[in-house]
Design a protein around this ligand. Structure first.
Ligand code: NAD
Ligand code: 2VS
Length: 501
């Protein structure tokens, strides 16, 4: 088993980097080229990662195709579901390794990894084992004008070889959100985690083998996007469907690659999510909820709020209290239970986010909290931290208030009427999620239809029921996953029409 715990997670003290390999046809394989994975807490060199070349990606796709024709393809839904439940058990057995992997790669706090990221890995497998074995397909009795009758019914079949490409912010959660339904529907998969977060996928590969998933059903290739494993995979003739989570611009590149083979695509993309706080809301809950929706995971969740609209009578109080809370969020080592803030994923991403902090000022913002980098006086000064930041005073067309930043920053603006609030929230090329804080039940339901987004949360944020449709409108995505929506993407439906005599 791969050792993922690294002492630098606790103290900044360096150890020698581990080696992370690709997983093809049931075994780990090295390639000639490696790239370094640096931890964002101290910049320490955590892993050397084997970059999959075109031949390795090809071997993975071929292994997946072969596996579809082997024992996996002949298993009943119930048998596959039993294997997936064993994978969930394995993930729970490897809980500490997964926490170490995720904390090392992302710098998120151990407490968040333990309560959010890692439990969802196992939960995803259990949920889709259940959905795939309990969801009915359509059936109609057809009566023709001449009195003949027919029975129509749909049969679910695997979509085939599915390519799964995911980002770095919630690595195991987002990977298993796609692997679990894909396998529950009988597909074979080739997954490519982000180059920034290769570690937890390694434990997942080991869990697959330990749970008896046949060789070739789950393959893992490491690397980058363009001219690397991502592009080799999305352009591969042997791939039938591509499911992708990441930036909208990457979605466009993948859509172009998918067009040639008319591959099915499912996209969960970027966001510039609004929070709307009405004066009738429970203000304490709205402030705490906005702290969570803005700063969780360093603001690096596609669902995070980057624009807040607050009804004028409570605007001043809201801004003041939100800024105080942002300043009070604790920095600490990821291993300390009290730690809330985490670093951004890389120096490159930190430069991008700090660029927006500067841009906000240039565009005329007032900075109420943060706006820079924290100083630790230890190895974390070599990491990728920024301060949680609250700004006000920008016009609706400022770049800071329209472009996805993907960091711990929000802009707060006042509004006077419900129509104005919803119009401002909708004034975005993105349409992923919105959060509304109100005690008016009519208004809460109106928000559901008025807001042009895939997900509306009322008096809460990121509360998930895995049966519900998940995805975005506009630049935020294509299609929905979750529950039966996932089953529809990861399977082909064949309609059978039998004339009844
Ligand atoms: N809507 C959602 O559910 C959701 C969830 C999480 C993150 N996101 C979005 O993800 C982004 C942050 O993640 P990121 O920076 O890793 O995104 P990214 O698009 O840069 O990378 C995502 C993945 O795509 C790969 N990739 C990049 N270019 C590719 C190409 N041309 N062909 C094939 N693969 C390619 C990367 O290597 C990585 O594995 C944000 O925009 C965020 O909003 C969306
Ligand atoms: O960063 C984006 C978070 C996405 C969350 C999910 O896909 C989920 O909870 O299933």
């Amino acid at each position: 088993m791969t050792t993922l715990w690294r002492p630098e997670l606790l103290s900044g003290e360096s150890s020698s980097p581990g080696l992370l390999r690709n997983f093809v046809d049931g075994g780990f394989v090295e390639t000639g080229t490696t790239f370094p994975k640096l931890g964002p807490v101290t910049g320490a060199h955590l892993f050397d990662v084997c970059e999959a070349d075109e031949a390795t990606v090809d071997a993975a796709v071929t292994a997946a195709r072969t596996a579809l024709n082997g024992p996996w393809g002949r298993m009943s839904e119930q048998e596959r579901a039993a294997v997936l439940r064993d994978v969930a058990d394995e993930l729970e057995r490897r809980f500490d390794d997964l926490v170490a992997a995720e904390v090392g790669d992302t710098g998120k706090s151990i407490s968040q990894a333990r309560t959010l990221d890692i439990p969802r890995g196992a939960a995803n497998f259990r949920a889709f084992a259940d959905f795939a074995t309990t969801t009915p397909t359509e059936s109609y009795t057809t009566v023709l004008p001449d009195g003949r009758r027919a029975l129509n019914y749909a049969v679910r079949k695997p979509a085939g070889v599915v390519a799964i490409i995911v980002p770095w912010n919630l690595p195991l959660l987002l990977l298993t959100w796609k692997v679990a339904p894909a396998l529950a529907c009988g597909n074979a998969v080739v997954v490519k985690p982000s180059e920034e977060t290769p570690a937890s996928a390694t434990v997942l590969a080991e869990a697959m083998a330990a749970a008896g998933v046949p060789p070739g059903v789950f393959n893992l290739v490491h690397g980058f996007g363009p001219a690397s494993a991502g592009e080799f995979l999305t352009r591969h003739d042997g791939v039938d469907a591509i499911t992708f989570t990441g930036e909208s611009a990457t979605g466009t590149a993948i859509a172009k690659a998918a067009a040639d083979g008319v591959k099915a695509v499912s996209f969960e993309l970027g966001g510039k999510n609004a929070g709307v706080v009405f004066a009738d809301a429970n203000l304490d809950a709205a402030i705490e909820g906005s702290v969570r929706s803005t700063f969780t995971n360093g603001g690096q969740v596609c669902l995070c709020t980057e624009r807040l609209y607050v009804e004028r009578p409570v605007y001043e109080e809201f801004c003041e209290r939100l800024a105080l809370r942002a300043d009070a969020l604790t920095f600490g080592w990821p291993s300390e239970e009290s730690t809330v803030n985490m670093p951004l994923i890389s120096r490159q991403h930190r430069d991008k986010v700090l660029g927006y902090y500067d841009l906000a000022r240039t565009e005329g913002a007032t900075v109420l909290a943060g706006g820079g980098v924290p100083s630790f006086g230890d190895a974390r000064d070599n990491g990728c931290y920024v301060q949680p930041t609250v700004v006000t005073g920008l016009p609706p067309d400022a770049r800071t208030t329209t472009e996805e930043i993907f960091g711990p920053i929000c802009h707060v603006a006042p509004f006077d009427t419900e129509d104005e609030a919803f119009a401002q929230a909708n004034n975005s090329p993105y349409g992923l999620a919105a959060t509304v804080w109100t005690r008016d039940v009519g208004r809460a339901h109106r928000a559901g239809t008025a807001l042009d987004v895939g997900l509306v949360w009322v008096n809460t944020w990121f509360l998930r029921d895995l049966r519900t449709p998940f995805g975005g409108t506009k630049l935020s995505g294509l299609g929905r996953e979750g529950g039966t929506h996932s089953l529809d993407f990861y399977s082909e439906l064949t309609n059978v029409c039998v004339e009844l005599s």
